[in-house]
Structure formats: structure tokens, C-alpha cells
Design a protein around this ligand. Sequence first.
Ligand SMILES: Nc1ncnc2c1ncn2[C@@H]1O[C@H](COP(=O)(O)OP(=O)(O)OP(=O)(O)O)[C@@H](O)[C@H]1O
Ligand SMILES: Nc1ncnc2c1ncn2[C@@H]1O[C@H](COP(=O)(O)OP(=O)(O)OP(=O)(O)O)[C@@H](O)[C@H]1O
Length: 535
Amino acid sequence: MIDLRGIGFRYDEREVLRGVDLSLDEGELVLVSGRTGVGKSTLLGVVTGLVPRFTGGVLTGDVLLDGASIVDQPPRERAHVVGYVGQDPLAGFVTDTVEEELAYGMEQVGTAPGTMRRRVEETLDLLGIADLRSRDLRTLSGGQQQRVAIGSVLTMHPRVLVLDEPTSALDPTAAEDVLATITRLVHDLGLTVLLAEHRLERVVPFADRICLVTGDGGIRVDSPHEVLADSPVAPPLVELGRLVGWSPLPLTVRDARRQARGLPDLAPPTPPEPPRAAPLLVARGVSVVHGSHVAVRDLDLTLGAGRVTVLMGRNGSGKSSLIWALQGTGKRRSGTVHVAGDDPADLALAQRRTHVGLVPQTAADLLYLESVTDECAAADTGAGAAAGTCRGLLDRLAPGIDPTIHPRDLSEGQRLALALSIVLTARPPVVLLDEPTRGLDYAGKAELARIVADLAADARAVLLATHDVEFAAHVADEVVVMAEGEVVSSGSPQRVLAESPSFAPQVTKVLGAPWLVVEEVATALDGPDAEEDAR
Ligand SMILES: Nc1ncnc2c1ncn2[C@@H]1O[C@H](COP(=O)(O)OP(=O)(O)OP(=O)(O)O)[C@@H](O)[C@H]1O
Ligand SMILES: Nc1ncnc2c1ncn2[C@@H]1O[C@H](COP(=O)(O)OP(=O)(O)OP(=O)(O)O)[C@@H](O)[C@H]1O
């Protein structure tokens, strides 16, 4: 029903897409994947019409809807057919409250009030946000906003749904629910979905085809089995399958469990002894209240030097509120926070930064200069680091970024990588990262895991909040789970992640605890000598 014909797109000297042909059929879900900054959002933008209208650049080729060209039709006029949810839900909101936002699109196309009312109610239930109905959109947590954004498009009953990283802010259960809901619409109503996502482990089981954006301007479109056989980005199950030579490659945990029966007995990994850690940040009895809502309740937390603590928990459980309170900007109702003898809340901004570094969920808030080079230079100077330090970190997380580009023009993952590089250049004793893997591909996440481990090895304390269970499995020394503002469990990743149905990474689901990551299987297959060497 949608056909892209000979699509080319370029910014001045940078060519993003060349000669791209893609046909989307009714009732299929196509997953767009590829490295960070390769052009996935650009491809989605060609379908929605946002590219080039709101991005600049030059588009060539044609876009057809049911055989008729729509390439010159503005996004507004396509909106009732093509629904779109972008990477930053807050930026897309046009009203003030959840209910208003869900109804807005329908009002624009003159839907009858009775129908409107019914669809709002249906959508509130479908996405589990009924209790948020009268809330101000700006006060919602990141995941709550993402759900509302998806809901506001679903109420329009579009024929095509274009979603850019729709699960990046969702907790694992919510991600599964939202994807299952969308898939039901694909199967039952013939909805067509084009969806870009980095967390392939979440989406591959739902995809009919994968469109890999290859980085040379082209795409490769085929069945998930075909594309994942040699794709540069692949979920842990596929990595595991490649490692042990399974054919066909497993795309679901169920497939992999069957194939795993043929594996030889492997010596399970021995979890490392937790390092004895001197406390760097000590929080006692911290409570955070927004209006009448208690977001963090009488919480105790100690972050030790040399340790990476991963904070997990349902959307809205209070993770961001806690992180801001620890950093000192977020208001505490009660409790104490100490970093090196000081309370960060009492320090001036410049001094606070020498104690605690924070990369917020909206990483763009940290960027204010005209180019990537300027941002990197300022970070090096501010931290007293050698020139090139920040750029070096950036090249590890998202290689090949044009130094002259304005941070505003970076892709989502590139922008996050820059914000992370700036904060990590300063190497403060306590590092707080709020959802630091959005937009990052697997290679970028592996580098981030190494950088974080290196900070810990240098006696820093790292706390990171994430819904990315695979990333958590790679970095965590300890996992702390919050619910309703309280800590409900904490301990080693082997215990907290592996033993939880919602947080277990793919390798654990296939091989059982204490296995967490593919690298452990590689080591075990190489035998006991390799394990010694790895230490
Ligand atoms: N105005 C601009 N001028 C020059 N280059 C730009 C501009 N806007 C975007 N780019 C570049 O175009 C490329 C494609 O960006 P796009 O957002 O499509 O990537 P993506 O694959 O969606 O990335 P991510 O995985 O981070 O979401 C990026 O490398 C980006 O830096
Ligand atoms: N200004 C506010 N007024 C009312 N409630 C608020 C306000 N800010 C946050 N909240 C609520 O406080 C709770 C905790 O929000 P917080 O952002 O800390 O959650 P989170 O665990 O980081 O969520 P997510 O995983 O979705 O990012 C949420 O239910 C949120 O709706």
C-alpha cells in the first residue's frame, strides 16, 4: 500500500539514502534496523513527510500511497492515514493533559463526539494509562509519556503506523504489552507498521520483515532469518546462535531453548566476588513528593567506589525522581544525601559537578554550543582533561560523527552519545545515568559498558537507571529494583535479573541462571583455560 521508489536523500555534502525502493503491504510489521545514525529516522520521515519538510535536505524519488504519489503532500494531510510517534514524545505533544492529547487528532479530522469518547476510553485501557487520564503531560514519567504518544496516534485508527524507537522508555513488561497490542492490530485489522528499534530482542519476534539500513545509502529488506544471518546488529539470541553454529538461527526464546538441548554440558560462569566498596554516596530516608504524589518514599541507598549499580523498575516507579534528588537539583521532602562529606543540594552548580555527574533522560538538555567540536572542546577544558578526550569517548560510542554538525541535527543516539561523552570526560566520583542506551546500537552499548567498567575500576561509583535488561546484564555489579518509590529488591544481577521473569535477559531464558550474557557462553566453550585467561 505504501511504495518508496528510488528514494534519495542528502544534507549538503552528506548522502543518507540512495536509490531506496521499499514496498509495505497491508497487514505487515516491518522492523527498521541499523547502526546508530545510519538513517533509520530519515527513512521513517520520508514515509511521514517530515523529511525533508522539517529537516531540510534534498529528497528525490517518489512515495506512493495505493498507487498515488503523496511525496508533495504535507505530513498534516497524511496524518489520518499515516500515524507517527517520534523518538521524543514530549516534543510531539500539542495539548496539556492525557485525555486532550488522545482526542486531539480525532478533533482535527472531525470525528463524531460519541466515537471520540469511546476511542479515548478504549485506548486508555489498551495502554494501561486510565489512571493518568487527567494528568498534565509534562509531569508524566518518560515511559508514561511514551505510552500516551502511542495512544494518541492509535485513536486516529490510521492505516499505517510509523514508530521511531517506541519501546525505548518502556519497562520490559510494558514494551511486551504495547508490541503485542500493535501486533494484534496488524493481524486483525490489517494495520501496516514501520518501526525503528535498537532493542531487537524486544521486536524481532513480532517482525514480518526486517529493513536493514546498511550505511552506504542503501537498505536490505528480507525475512528476519535472512537479514539477521549476517546483520551488523543482532539480538543476543542470534549472537548465541551464531556462536554455537545453530541453523536456522533462533529468533525466539522458545526456538533457542529447543536448540540448546543439543549443547554439551558447559561449566556455568562463576559470578565475581563483589568488591569491598568504600561508600561514595550515602542517601538516607530520602523522600520526593510531586504535588500529592509520593514518588520516592523513605529510601536508603549507598553507592560504593568501584561499583556499578543498575536501577530498574516499572514506568513511574520513581527512578528519575530519585536520581535528580541524589544529584541535588531534585527537591527532597526529607532525608539526607552525602557525597564526600557534602550534600550536593547545598553546593553551587559548578561545585556540584565535581561531586556528581548526571546524564538526564533528555540528554539534549546538556548541549548548548554550536557544533560537536565546540561541545567536546568545552568538555575537555571544563574537566581539565587532555584535548581530544571527549571526542575519543564519542568515537567509541557513535563513530564517525561530522565534527562541524550542530548538536541539534544529530540523530537521537548520536546526541545521547555526545551528552554521555561530556559527562564521562569529567570523571566525577559519582556518575548518574538516566536511561543511557536510547538510540545506541549494540556496539555502542558494549563500548558504554566498557567505559562504565573503566570508571568503576578507577574507584568511581556509577548508578544507572535502565529498562534495557541486556545492557543491565552486561554492566551491573548490583541491581536495585524500585516499586512505588521504594526499594523492593537488590542484589547481584545473577540473582535479581536472572531470577525475575520480567528482567531475565535472553541468555538466561535459554540456559537458566546464572548465565547472563553470550560472552560467558563463549568463554565456557573455550574451556577452563580461557576462563583463567579472561580473569
Ligand atoms: N541537518 C543535518 N545536517 C547534516 N547531517 C545531518 C543533519 N541531520 C541529520 N544528519 C545526519 O544524518 C544521519 C541520519 O540521521 P537519522 O536520525 O536518520 O539516524 P538514525 O539511524 O535514526 O539514528 P539513531 O539510531 O540514533 O536513531 C545522522 O548521521 C545525522 O548525523
Ligand atoms: N510534577 C509531577 N506531578 C505529579 N506527579 C509527578 C510529577 N513528576 C513525576 N510524577 C510522577 O511520579 C512518578 C515517578 O516518576 P519518575 O519519572 O521518577 O518515574 P521513573 O521510574 O523514572 O519512570 P520511567 O521508567 O517511566 O522513566 C510517576 O508516577 C510520575 O507520573
